[in-house]
Design a protein around this ligand. Structure first.
Ligand SMILES: [Fe+2]
Ligand SMILES: [Fe+2]
Length: 213
């Protein structure tokens, strides 16, 4: 499937998180802990929850832009998980393959709903139903990861490895383009912003995974 290969990008929604990461890694060397990938993933999940709350209660005039923002954020989160956390889960957890297959199937299901959203006019009543379905799917998936895969991985994987993976996870995510949050004060440079509309899911996936077919 055709996809553009936009340039590297940073997430506008990740500003707070980047600050937290810097604080964790920051210079004091006494009270700061390096990041680890489990906390990175949970940070992302909390950010998605905030965006879902904005979609449900926010201004309908900006709703579709927030939806596009969260779709781009979730796709790059999911791909980074698939590249860096799921392979480790397969390697170190006795039931890793089973857990990971389940999570990947949920990613695929959510992506199908996201692609339906892309194709649906925002004035179509179906649009709201799809957004509800998408939010419910992602909430379920987050609960699944946080109750099973992530705690098991935290116990099974050496801390140093989780810290190294944090660096890789952040770097990979930052290579992906993004859609700006309509109300965010910080916006990424224009050449990192994906255009709106159809193909958003595929364009983020192409940019992050190197897929180009
Ligand atoms: Fe996931
Ligand atoms: Fe996740």
């Amino acid at each position: 499937m055709a996809g553009t290969r936009p340039g590297a990008g940073l997430a506008p929604g990740a500003v707070g998180k980047r600050k937290r990461k810097l604080q964790r890694k920051g210079g004091s060397m006494t009270d700061q802990q390096p990041g680890n990938i489990i906390d990175d993933i949970i940070d992302d999940h909390r950010e998605f929850e905030q965006l879902f709350a904005q979609i449900k209660s926010g201004d309908p005039r900006t709703r579709s832009e927030v939806v596009e923002h969260v779709i781009a954020e979730i796709v790059r989160h999911a791909i980074a998980e698939e590249q860096y956390i799921y392979p480790v889960a397969r390697e170190v957890l006795p039931n890793g393959d089973e857990l990971v297959e389940h999570e990947i199937a949920e990613h695929s299901e959510a992506e199908e709903v996201m692609k339906e959203i892309e194709k649906t006019d925002t004035n179509d009543p179906k649009y709201g139903e799809l957004v509800e379905e998408f939010i419910a799917d992602i909430r379920h998936h987050i609960e699944d990861e946080e109750s099973k895969l992530l705690p098991q991985l935290r116990d099974a994987c050496p801390r140093e490895r989780l810290q190294e993976l944090s660096e890789t996870f952040q770097r990979a995510k930052n290579l992906a383009p993004t859609r700006p949050h309509p109300l965010a004060p910080d916006r990424p440079p224009a050449n990192r912003i994906l255009g709106p509309g159809a193909g958003l899911v595929d364009r983020v996936r192409d940019a992050l995974s190197g897929r180009n077919a």
